[in-house]
Ligand binder design. Structure first.
Ligand code: XMP
Length: 310
């Protein structure tokens, strides 16, 4: 595929579809929404409003970091603090599907819906890619970012149309387009990160303190495995606890699972055979996090496991 032709065609098509109206899009910092943001700004300039919603489930420092990177490319992004809404919606939930639904509906039905309404935009740019559509059709995923899955017909409910300029590309194609558009490598080469963010890495209830634990463990894993070349790596917090000893005292502590996988397209995956020294160092750093006294390495392939835990 000639990606330059693809870019030119998509820019022309966005311009034509949006006409002289306003458009809006939500940037998550993932490759797909980052590419859509740059593409949309090339097509529409300041007639595209881009928002970054802080849902309380992000990695350490992520919201401001993403806003800063886009500012560096001359693209203004509005940072919206919706942490309280998401934490409230998640309160008391332990079932994986209920948690995912809470995140998705808080985003689409509440926070983003309000932003769209207030912006006056009649078009919404969305980073759906071909794999999302295929997995949804195949019934593998119900969590991917497709509005219909949460029962929303945008035209009917909000009077806006949805544009999906990346719907014919897979991840490798999206990265190619990102490079072509001058997206910094930090974004174009990013490992996948799920839309519901750290909510997919906390088994059981999501609270601020449990988020702080998994966030700290995520920082360790990303620092230690950033140069591993693996497809994806993550830290997961379990609900089980285990007995340990700290400062000569018995402690009933948290358990963090580290997962590092090789994969081509996330449809299947195998655990990476990491060097023992690396694993030991990760374990030492993770068990220094407050309240965590065990660190496990997950050897499971997909299938039968999925990549995320929730
Ligand atoms: P699973 O856990 O289903 O994950 O094996 C496959 C790939 O998809 C990512 N993932 C998501 N991405 N929204 C996304 O944009 C989601 O809700 C979501 N859930 C999982 C996961 O990180 C892995 O790369």
């Amino acid at each position: 595929m000639d990606y330059q032709v693809f870019v030119d065609e998509q820019i022309a098509s966005i311009r034509e579809t949006v006409g002289d109206g306003l458009a809006i899009n939500a940037l998550s910092g993932g490759v797909d929404s980052s590419v859509v943001t740059v593409l949309g700004h090339r097509a529409l300039g300041d007639r595209l409003k881009t928002v970054f919603v802080d849902n309380a489930l992000m990695r350490e420092g992520e919201p401001q970091r993403i806003v800063d990177i886009f500012a560096g490319m001359g693209i203004p992004v509005e940072l919206v603090d919706a942490r309280a809404e998401f934490l409230n919606a998640l309160k008391g939930l332990t079932d994986p599907e209920e948690k995912r639904n809470a995140v998705t509906s808080t985003f689409y039905r509440k926070v983003f819906a309000d932003l769209v309404r207030r912006s006056g935009a009649k078009s919404l740019l969305h980073g759906t890619i071909l794999t999302d559509i295929e997995e949804t059709v195949a019934g593998i995923k119900r969590q991917h970012n497709i509005l219909a899955q949460v029962g929303i017909d945008p035209k009917e409910e909000y009077g806006y149309q949805v544009l999906e300029p990346l719907a014919t590309l897979r991840k490798d194609g999206v990265r190619e387009v990102g490079r072509l558009l001058g997206l910094p490598a930090e974004l174009a080469e990013r490992i996948p990160f799920p839309g519901p963010a750290l909510a997919t890495r906390i088994v059981g209830e999501i609270t601020e303190s449990r988020l702080a634990t998994v966030r700290a463990a995520t920082t360790v894993v990303e620092e230690e495995l950033g140069d591993s070349g693996a497809f994806q790596y993550m830290a997961v917090l379990l609900t089980d606890k285990a007995t340990g000893i700290r400062d000569n005292r018995r402690e009933f502590g948290q358990i963090i699972v580290v997962r590092c996988i090789e994969s081509v397209d996330a449809r299947t995956a195998t655990a990476v055979e990491l060097p023992w020294d690396k694993l030991r160092r990760i374990c030492e750093r993770i068990t220094s996090i407050d309240g965590v006294n065990r660190c496990l390495y997950d050897l499971t392939s997909k299938p039968p496991a999925t990549i995320e835990y929730v």
